[in-house]
Design a protein. Structure first.
Length: 104
């Protein structure tokens, strides 16, 4: 499986098993109730497009820095208070949206 869209489902958490989806290129889990991004997201090394917008996410795990193929990361409309230093390791990232958060 390379594409997974689980948006608009009232999901409260992403399973750690997401890390076993190593062929995943596109993941849309926007408009849910997710609070925590699992650390095993870092195992999704082929992931290019990750949409976690409109959830309840407070922070991004450092493990995301292993997603070296990530080009688009949408974290808008969450509850982020800061931007993790791990984002600086995503050298392929060209679109990074953190609008409508609590970043100060």
């Amino acid at each position: 499986m390379t594409h997974l869209d689980i948006s608009f489902n009232k999901i409260s958490s992403l399973s750690e098993s997401i890390g076993f989806c190593t062929s995943l290129v596109f993941l849309n889990s926007s408009n849910n109730m997710i609070e925590i991004v699992p650390k095993l997201i870092g195992k999704c090394r082929n992931l290019r497009d990750l949409n976690l917008s409109s959830n309840r996410i407070i922070h991004i795990p450092v493990a995301i820095k292993a997603c070296k193929s990530l080009q688009t990361l949408d974290l808008s409309h969450n509850r982020l208070e800061y931007i993790s230093h791990a984002i600086g390791h995503l050298h392929s990232l060209h679109t990074f949206n953190v609008s409508y958060n609590s970043i100060s």
